[in-house]
Structure formats: structure tokens, C-alpha cells
Design a protein around this ligand. Structure first.
Ligand SMILES: NC(=O)c1ccc[n+]([C@@H]2O[C@H](COP(=O)([O-])OP(=O)(O)OC[C@H]3O[C@@H](n4cnc5c(N)ncnc54)[C@H](OP(=O)(O)O)[C@@H]3O)[C@@H](O)[C@H]2O)c1
Length: 251
């Protein structure tokens, strides 16, 4: 039986599991989650949770479980896992592909400030003179902004953070996308937002905030994606399914 491991934690991983289940119901699917989200959205097939124990641990898992194909459908910022997947697949001689969602297009009317880290984003906010920031980075990135003591932060997260927010002036919004452009425009207006901070995540589920910022002429401080390992890559679920059909057929 063909057995596939999907490294998940994204809407694309769920969509991929659904497409594979629909088109190849005889294939055995396992989706792996890091275990950081308490109530993750999952697709069809089996699930496993938690780290593998580095490259060696993942290579052992691929061999021990008889995995025929590895699809790295993790988030574009999950660079450690992406590197481990590439190396482990090579060591275990398993076919591997990276599913990476396309970046949002930058259009006329967008005012994007590209930075390469949360520290760079903090510096950019200072230069913009931002007073009320819509912050969509994760908890572990927020310490870079603690120097901005005159700035109010509206922080949006999927689940409450384990540690309290490191800001004296902050509103916490707990919500899971997808969001509409209308909702995002309301949030920007209601909180008097004058800058948005986001990762260059791309993807449909969180695109609305970037469109809303464009519509309301709010600058967007965009943290660039980390570098990804080489090897086969696809931007859509359909491309991954076609790639799997071709490489698994050859075996
Ligand atoms: N980074 C983001 O902005 C972001 C946003 C949305 C969703 N996510 C999802 O959240 C998860 C963690 O992201 P991250 O940025 O913390 O990852 P990361 O820094 O690249 O990975 C850190 C470690 O977490 C474990 N891990 C990561 N993804 C895993 C998976 N799908 N299954 C099993 N173990 C996994 C691995 O541990 P071992 O070395 O022990 O194997 C990895 O070395 C990913 O699955 C990602 O898709 C991340």
C-alpha cells in the first residue's frame, strides 16, 4: 500500500489530505502536526503530533513507517522543519516535495515596507511614526517590539498565548481566519490602526488584512520569508497530486 506523510499545520495541508483522499482513497495518509495548536483543523487520514527528534528522528520515522512520499506542507516560515524534511528524505531515500503557497501580489496602492526580521519591523514602525499597530506576528516574535513604549498594539492570535503579551498598551483579539476584507477594514477603523505588521505568509486565508490596508492607505510592514531548501516544490495542491502520481508510478 502507498503510504504518504504530510507535514501539516496549514490550510494547504488539510486541502491536500482531502484531495488525496478523494482522488486516491487507497493511499494511506498520515498528517503530522507540531502540536503547538490546541484545537487544530485536520483533514482525512491518520494524525500524529509532536516533533520527530531532528533530522535523524524523521529519517527513522520514514524508514520505520515505510513512507513512500513526503509532502512538506508546513507554513512558509517553518524553516527548520523544511530543512529537516529535505535532509531526512534524502537520507531515507524517500520522494519529497515542498508545497509552498504563493506570496500575495503587491499591487498599485500598496505601501509595503519589506524587512527581514521582527527587529527590522520594529525599526520600520519607529521610522513610520506608527502609534496604533495591528500586529499579526506570533507571540515568540513580539519581544522585538517592547522598545516601542508609546505605541498601542492590537494583537491578533488564534489561541491565547502561553505567556502574557510584553506590551503595556495592547488589545488581544482571538480569532481564526479566513477573514473578510470588510471585517478587516472595520478592525482597522475601530482601532485607529496606522500600520499593519505581518509575515509575508501569502495564501487566501489571511489575504484580506493586506487588501484592507491597501483600501485604507495603511502601510504594511512585511517580514520576508526565510530561505527554503532546494528540490521539488509546488504552489498548489493539484501540482502536488500530479507530482505524486508521476513519481509513485515510476517506483
Ligand atoms: N511559523 C509560522 O509562522 C507558522 C504559522 C502557521 C502554522 N505554522 C505551523 O506550526 C508548526 C510549527 O511551526 P514552527 O515555525 O515552530 O516550525 P519550525 O520552527 O520549522 O520547527 C521547529 C520544530 O518543530 C517540529 N515541527 C514543526 N512542524 C512539525 C510538524 N508538522 N510535525 C511534527 N513536528 C513538527 C520539529 O521538531 P523535531 O526537530 O523534533 O522534528 C521542528 O524541528 C508547523 O507545522 C507549521 O506548519 C507555523
Amino acid at each position: 500500500m502507498t503510504r504518504l506523510l504530510i507535514l501539516g499545520g496549514t490550510t494547504e495541508a488539510v486541502a491536500l489530505a482531502q484531495a488525496l483522499h478523494d482522488q486516491h482513497p487507497q493511499w494511506d495518509l498520515v498528517t503530522s502536526l507540531a502540536g503547538v495548536t490546541r484545537a487544530p483543523v485536520t483533514g482525512p487520514g491518520r494524525q500524529r503530533q509532536g516533533g520527530f527528534g531532528g533530522v535523524a528522528g524523521l529519517a527513522d520515522y520514514l524508514r520505520d513507517e515505510g513512507i513512500d512520499g513526503l509532502i512538506d506542507a508546513t507554513h512558509p516560515f517553518a524553516a527548520t522543519m523544511a530543512g529537516h524534511a529535505e535532509q531526512a528524505a534524502r537520507q531515507a531515500d524517500v520522494a519529497r516535495i515542498k508545497l509552498v503557497r504563493p506570496m500575495w501580489p503587491c499591487q498599485s496602492g500598496d505601501h509595503w515596507v519589506a524587512v527581514d526580521s521582527p527587529a527590522g519591523a520594529s525599526q520600520a514602525l519607529q521610522e513610520l511614526g506608527a502609534r496604533s499597530v495591528f500586529m499579526t506576528l506570533g507571540r515568540r516574535d513580539l519581544d522585538a517590539f517592547t522598545g516601542l513604549t508609546d505605541t498601542r498594539f492590537t494583537v491578533r492570535m488564534i489561541e491565547p498565548p502561553d505567556e502574557t503579551l510584553p506590551f503595556s498598551r495592547a488589545d488581544l483579539i482571538l480569532a481564526r481566519g479566513p477573514f473578510t476584507v470588510e471585517d478587516e477594514e472595520t478592525l482597522i477603523r475601530d482601532h485607529g490602526i496606522d500600520a499593519l505588521v505581518t509575515k509575508a505568509s501569502g495564501g487566501a486565508a489571511t489575504h484580506a488584512k493586506v487588501i484592507a490596508a491597501r483600501n485604507l492607505s495603511v502601510p504594511v510592514v512585511m517580514v520576508a520569508r526565510p530561505e527554503m531548501p532546494g528540490g521539488p516544490a509546488a504552489e498548489s495542491v493539484e501540482e502536488v497530486v500530479a507530482w505524486l502520481e508521476s513519481v509513485l508510478h515510476e517506483r
